[in-house]
Design a protein around this ligand. Structure first.
Ligand code: ZN
Length: 312
């Protein structure tokens, strides 16, 4: 009898250890195991140089590509507990959004993308990119419809891409990666790959597969980076939605545009200064970053704004 009890105790002890290890493993998950190096492009800059560039910076041509329509819960996109959201009586529902890629053409340095849109492979066969059907349905991919696949855009424009500037590494921002040649350099914000968050335990494998065989990610090493060293474009560290979330200020031929990524997914969130909801890893920090970007645009009203998943 004693032997039996001892055996049960041992099994319970072993299972508890297994469970605790599992919880620790989940909470230590990072977005990817892909290697990262400091960026070889760009130079450290500051807020004032960015503001000065609005009148003096070189100009970049930009084309906005609506790659897919999608529907996701508003509570993920927007903090519905914020006073302004409560005041407006906003309730959770499936919100219509888009997945974009932005094609930049610099007069000297060539063609780049901000984020990647959606590729045919991601749309038609997510399993082949490490997204099993349970994850695809958890992510709501059945509500996604493709408009312009990134493959088709690259082919139509015969683009020889020199780099991809990522706002962050969430799956809906690297969902066009399989359309992009494997040698193309990739740039991300500081700390993006080092953040621990339990949900990365389920997306990490897909992120690793989409980055497999590609060069090391290149990390912007400061809060403000003059990307080409000529004032045409700045990377602005805007953490909170993810640790390395990055906004890009581009002096386009039609005036300055601030690509804010998911510092605000929605037009409403930007217009009312309400940060993203449950999709962020650090909501308080994302609120601070959104405030910083709103302040930049209020002080420089010639800047037009492009939210992560809607248009103003
Ligand atoms: Zn997003």
């Amino acid at each position: 009898m004693n032997k039996h009890k001892r055996y049960i105790k041992m099994v319970i002890g072993f299972l508890s250890l297994l469970f605790v290890s599992f919880i620790i493993w989940i909470n230590q998950a990072t977005p990817t195991s892909h290697p990262i190096i400091p960026s070889t492009l760009g130079q450290e800059s500051n807020y004032q140089s960015l503001v000065d560039s609005l009148s003096t910076g070189k100009k970049i041509s930009v084309n906005k590509v609506k790659s897919a329509n999608w529907k996701v819960p508003l509570s993920g996109l927007l903090n519905l507990e914020a006073d302004a959201a409560k005041h407006a009586g906003l309730e959770d529902h499936d919100e219509d959004i888009q997945i974009f890629t932005f094609h930049l053409k610099h007069p000297l340095h060539g063609n780049f993308l901000i984020d990647t849109g959606v590729s045919h492979q991601f749309y038609n066969d997510p399993q082949s990119l490490g997204i099993p059907s349970w994850l695809a349905s958890g992510y709501g991919l059945e509500k996604l419809t493709i408009l312009t696949a990134t493959d088709d855009y690259i082919k139509e424009k015969n683009l020889d891409l020199k780099g991809v500037f990522l706002t962050h590494l969430h799956l809906d921002h690297i969902s066009g990666m399989s359309a992009i040649d494997k040698h193309v350099p990739l740039y991300v914000g500081e700390g993006e790959t080092q953040e621990s968050y339990f949900l990365y335990a389920v997306t990490r494998n897909a992120t690793d597969i989409m980055l497999e065989g590609r060069p090391e990610l290149q990390e912007w090493p400061a809060e403000y980076i003059d990307v080409f060293g000529d004032g045409s474009m700045f990377a602005i560290h805007s953490p909170g939605h993810t640790a390395g979330s990055t906004a890009y200020l581009v002096n386009t031929v039609e005036g300055p545009v601030l690509f804010i990524g998911d510092a605000s997914h929605t037009a409403w969130g930007w217009n009312h200064g309400v940060e993203p909801g449950s999709f962020s890893t650090d909501q308080a920090r994302s609120r601070g970053s959104l405030d910083k970007l709103i302040k930049l645009v209020k002080s420089n009203p010639e800047i037009r704004v492009q939210p992560g998943h809607q248009s103003l």
